[in-house]
Write a protein that binds this ligand. Structure first.
Ligand SMILES: Cc1cc2nc3c(=O)[nH]c(=O)nc-3n(C[C@H](O)[C@H](O)[C@H](O)COP(=O)(O)O)c2cc1C
Length: 221
């Protein structure tokens, strides 16, 4: 059994990575022996989809696969082979951070067929958890229609991975170790710190339970 935890933040030990670690721990609570592959996307060199359409070419060598030979070439089939996958992704300008976005463009497009209804070419169902972390509070995220973006990308994820995805969010994250060093008039450090102290442990727990729940409800394959 193998799970893949994919950190889409350039920071290897901040909000996204901490939430992701909790998801792994939750999964391991149910399956302590599971093999865990941890990937920091910002350590890899790759692009988004290059629109070569090799993955759609009838009887082509790469039908259903991404042919681009870069650092995620082997990781793409690996996520479809895993027992569960989680992506932890910071929100940048209201969207998924670019590295996660590029990875998903490649991974989703090659398995999303151009048959009627976009049937998936994935070999089996794989549960995916999307973990988002962002500076803005929950009500602002709603006003800015963040959920709509998440619903859209998660619909593609659920289709390609052939299993309904889960979502975990950490809102109003604490962004720096030392707010005094940064220009920060928009934010009140004390309020941010209080919010973090009260809420981030709850968000981590939610990620932990999402990992546990994923492990307890693996698809029958
Ligand atoms: C380039 C950039 C753009 C950002 N844009 C947004 C945004 O649109 N909305 C938001 O809520 N937070 C935004 N943030 C804040 C991050 O999403 C937030 O700090 C997140 O928790 C970072 O995750 P990390 O701690 O794992 O790196 C942005 C941060 C950066 C660096």
């Amino acid at each position: 059994m193998k799970i893949i935890a994919i950190n889409g933040s350039p920071r290897k030990d901040c909000n996204s990575a901490k939430m992701l670690q909790k998801w792994v721990e939750g999964f391991k609570y149910i399956f302590p022996e599971v093999e865990v592959k941890w990937v920091d996307l910002y350590s890899l060199t790759y692009t988004g989809c290059r629109s070569c359409f090799s993955c759609k070419r009838k009887n082509g060598k790469f039908y259903g696969q991404c042919p681009i030979k870069d650092d995620i070439h082997d990781l793409i089939p690996e996520v479809y082979d895993a027992d569960a996958v989680a992506f932890a992704c910071p929100i940048y300008f209201g969207e998924l951070g670019a590295y996660t976005r590029c990875f998903l463009e490649r991974a989703l497009f090659c398995k999303t067929s151009y048959r009627l209804h976009h049937d998936s070419l994935a070999p089996k169902p794989v549960p995916v958890t999307m973990i988002y972390s962002m500076n803005c509070p929950k009500d602002m995220a709603s006003e800015l229609h963040y959920e709509q973006h998440w619903n859209d990308i998660e619909a593609y994820i659920s289709n390609a991975f052939r299993y309904p995805s889960k979502r975990v969010c950490a809102y109003n994250t604490y962004q720096f170790r030392n707010y005094a060093d940064y220009e920060m008039e928009m934010f009140n450090e004390e309020e941010k710190r209080h919010y973090r102290d009260e809420h981030f442990p709850i968000d981590e727990k939610t990620a932990y339970y999402a990992g546990m729940d994923t492990a307890e409800n693996l698809p029958n394959t």
